[in-house]
Ligand binder design. Sequence first.
Ligand SMILES: NC(=O)c1ccc[n+]([C@@H]2O[C@H](COP(=O)([O-])OP(=O)(O)OC[C@H]3O[C@@H](n4cnc5c(N)ncnc54)[C@H](O)[C@@H]3O)[C@@H](O)[C@H]2O)c1
Length: 257
Amino acid sequence: MAENILDSFRLIGKKAIVVGGAGDLGKAMVEAISQAGAQTVVIDFDDRVFDICDNFKKDGLNVSPIKADVSKIEQIQESYKTSLDILGGTVDILINSAGIQRRYPSEDFPEEEWSRVIAVNLDATFYYCKYAGNTMLKNGGGKIINIASIMSVLGGITIPAYAASKGGVGQLTKALSNDWAARGICVNAIAPGYMDTQLNTALINDKKRTDEVFMRVPMKRWGNGEDLKGLAVFLSSSASDYITGTIIPVDGGYLAR
Ligand SMILES: NC(=O)c1ccc[n+]([C@@H]2O[C@H](COP(=O)([O-])OP(=O)(O)OC[C@H]3O[C@@H](n4cnc5c(N)ncnc54)[C@H](O)[C@@H]3O)[C@@H](O)[C@H]2O)c1
């Protein structure tokens, strides 16, 4: 008999790394895949990563924190190495959720801010994919989930670096999927819409822009971490084994409008 469909969503025995896992969306995905059974390393440069992991441990989840600044290649390499030590030398699931936003009129966009956004949102995503990809290729496969954005396909307003970086994350997801699909690695992206997280504090506090956004969100509410949990588990699990190279929106219907 075929495997019970619910069993194909379980992640028992799987080893995971979530980069940016102390963020509002990352934290929810850490909780979801850990509840589904994965042992999870959480990488973030914010000290909150330690409290978050302590609290999840109290709930019986197998999570370990690593503090690292992913805009620095040495810290990416070191954190990846430490992750593998914690996980026993292997990784089955990588989620890239570290991200930053900077808002300036394009003509005034500071060069150092451009570089920082590209470094965190795009460069670090590629480097963790490269390192985890090497381990997964040796071990017969794995699942990579990059956090893109509706700004992977839209341009936004006053966010040229963010839109360029997230467009890049979408293209990177497809490129890596092509290179690795026949060798057991599925590479997909989740594209959140307008989510109520600290990344959007400036937007949430701007009543005029919030009204403009909601005019176009068919579900008429902000999304949140809970909205990503099901898809994160699905894309991490064998239930999605024939899905790769996709960018799946979780946006309350925004892109269909
Ligand atoms: N909030 C939204 O509306 C929205 C929409 C689409 C996509 N996204 C993407 O979702 C992901 C998660 O965003 P979020 O909304 O949870 O924001 P968030 O600010 O709550 O989380 C981002 C996390 O990345 C971490 N981070 C930032 N710079 C880092 C660095 N240099 N080194 C290590 N960690 C670093 C932060 O500490 C934070 O924990 C991001 O990639 C973001 O671009 C968010």
